[in-house]
Design a binder for this molecule. Structure first.
Ligand SMILES: [Ca+2]
Length: 250
């Protein structure tokens, strides 16, 4: 009986908990904590340094300097791209003075499976605004049909910028975002000759419902804690156990 009780309790807690989905980042060494590993410059004139004292995450970041008026920087191949999915490309940028003309992220889509051959299309995040603070840039995109790989590029035009926390991940819309209730067409409620206007209809008060659900959850938690804290010497009868589980599952 005790094992069944523990099993059902764990099952109950599992069912009551919110199942959260975490997107998987496809960028290796995304935070530069492993130095330059997996990253390479895409132009010989680019200076690529790892900073040890500035970071959004961890302790390291990448400083990229490009004195040309074209966009150059560093890049990394991203595999396992599917055109049926939506991706969020994001990263943190901190500009160095004098501020560069541009600093941003670019995703280049490839039809090949290893980002070889010609790029099919490139798409850019917004450029970082002139500021010496860390700022996040991001882009949410569906790859074109037939895309199987990509390159993520950290680019600078005529200056220096620091990059950290570079993510290319499947974009999953927040499933827990409450959606507004559908708009109902007002219908007059006529009883005999008297008709109630739509403003007299009882309306659902979502706030009150939310409070009621919270109270019910607190009651269930209280019952659960009460039986967890019962001394081992006190045995739970079969009927008491069944009633407890029924209360917990209501
Ligand atoms: Ca870092």
């Amino acid at each position: 009986m005790k094992k069944i009780f523990i099993f059902l309790t764990i099952l109950f807690l599992f069912c009551q908990s919110k199942i959260e989905t975490y997107a998987f980042n496809l960028v290796s060494n995304y935070s530069f904590e492993n130095g330059k590993e997996f990253w390479a410059t895409n132009y010989s004139g680019v200076l690529f340094d790892i900073l040890e004292d500035e970071a959004v995450e961890g302790t390291r970041s990448a400083k990229i300097t490009n004195n040309k008026t074209s966009s150059f920087g560093v890049e990394q191949i991203v595999l396992d791209i599917s055109s049926t999915l939506t991706y969020k490309i994001s990263g943190w940028i901190k500009l160095k003075e004098p501020y560069p003309e541009k600093a941003f992220l670019r995703i280049a889509w490839y039809k090949s499976f290893d980002a070889s051959g010609s790029q099919f299309l490139t798409e850019d995040t917004p450029v970082a605004t002139p500021s010496s603070s860390w700022q996040k840039v991001e882009l949410i995109k569906n790859p074109p049909v037939g895309i199987n790989s990509a390159k993520i590029r950290l680019l600078v035009v005529n200056g220096s910028a620091i990059f950290d926390n570079i993510l290319v991940e499947e974009f999953i819309p927040p499933s827990l975002t409450p959606t507004p209730p559908p708009t109902e067409t007002p219908v007059l409620n006529c009883v005999g000759q008297a008709c109630l206007s739509p403003t007299n209809f009882p309306t659902q008060n979502s706030s009150q419902q939310t409070h009621l659900l919270q109270h019910l959850s607190l009651i269930k938690i209280s019952i659960f804690l009460r039986f967890i804290l019962i001394p081992k010497q006190v045995k739970m009868s079969g009927w008491r156990f069944i009633m407890t589980m029924i209360l917990l599952l209501i």
